[in-house]
Unconditional design. Structure first.
Length: 310
């Protein structure tokens, strides 16, 4: 595939323009999402961004490259032309998400919030930290992110189980359950971490029935917000099925001021920062994929199946 005309858009388009090395034979437009017109889309061979823009269409482009790890904004419940290639950014997302999860798990086990309150009150209140080693963690999703997360957890003595569509054996996971047996996977877990993409199978996957199988676990969502039924999550916290929820992604972002999640002492909220794409990762990932495409390579590790959604 030969690419000549490229549109870059999204929140980092100015930084990408400043870092663009110049590639022979390529015409490039760096545009804010609101500036991309239908004429721009008709001109472009390739569209690069985090999500579709209002003028986005697939009539002329041959390749869409997502700047983030997730592609649901492009394909979930949306039509896709089978002759348009879809790829995504890969890189250090697994390590970033692993560090994010470990930070919150250790902060909870080491009672950071309780000690911060004690310090503000000048109160000497010793509470022994709890060990991470020996904990049972279920990782939803066994792709590159889930595998790296499992590797980091297992190195610290954690028993790691995985959940995936195919239930194939994966490195650093003691057992992998099929999605159809997800209830068994969560019932004995101390922590449940969602890294799954948003698909028809994972939309509102975390609802009343699944939360009812949990037994006071901590829940971390670094996958997609719509995978969680918020009302069911709140009920699960109230009923003790969950003891803590760490949420980095939400069905509506930014999270509305009126959301009841803001005031919950058993909820930790972060603004979709668990695995932020850097300019360097975005640019190197795009250029590497471009080089492979134009060299005629057919096997692309970051290629997405639009039907499966990942």
């Amino acid at each position: 595939m030969q690419i000549h005309n490229i549109i870059f858009t999204g929140r980092m388009y100015r930084e990408l323009e400043a870092a663009w090395p110049g590639v022979a034979g390529k015409q490039v437009r760096f545009l804010a999402e609101s500036e991309v017109s239908e004429a721009d889309m008709a001109w472009a061979d390739a569209f690069v961004g985090f999500k579709p823009v209002p003028a986005f269409h697939l009539e002329s482009v041959r390749w869409v490259h997502a700047l983030g790890a997730g592609v649901d904004a492009f394909v979930y419940r949306k039509p896709w032309k089978p002759d348009v290639l879809l790829t995504r950014t890969t890189g250090s997302f697994g390590q970033k998400i692993g560090e994010y999860c470990l930070a919150h798990m250790l902060a909870d086990l080491q009672h950071h919030e309780a000690f911060a309150r004690s310090q503000s009150n000048r109160s000497w209140n010793p509470v022994p930290p709890l060990p991470l080693s020996g904990s049972r963690v279920t990782v939803m999703g066994t792709g590159s992110v889930g595998q790296e997360l499992a590797r980091m957890l297992q190195a610290l003595g954690v028993q790691v189980s995985g959940v995936s569509m195919r239930a194939e054996r994966k490195p650093h996971m003691d057992h992998v359950y099929p999605l159809s047996h997800i209830g068994d996977a969560v019932s004995a877990a101390d922590w449940i971490i969602n890294t799954l993409p948003l698909t028809a199978q994972t939309d509102k996957l975390f609802g009343r029935a699944l939360f009812a199988r949990m037994n006071g676990a901590g829940f971390i969502n670094v996958g997609r917000g719509p995978s969680v039924d918020q009302a069911a999550l709140l009920e699960a916290l109230d009923q003790g099925q969950l003891r803590l929820a760490v949420l980095d992604v939400f069905e509506e972002e930014p999270l509305p001021d009126a959301s009841p999640l803001w005031k919950r002492k058993d909820v930790r909220i972060t603004p979709h920062v668990a695995a932020v794409t850097s300019v360097e990762e975005a640019l190197s990932g795009f250029l590497d994929t471009l080089h492979k495409l134009e060299a005629g390579e057919r096997e692309l590790a970051n290629r997405v199946d639009p039907i499966r959604g990942y």
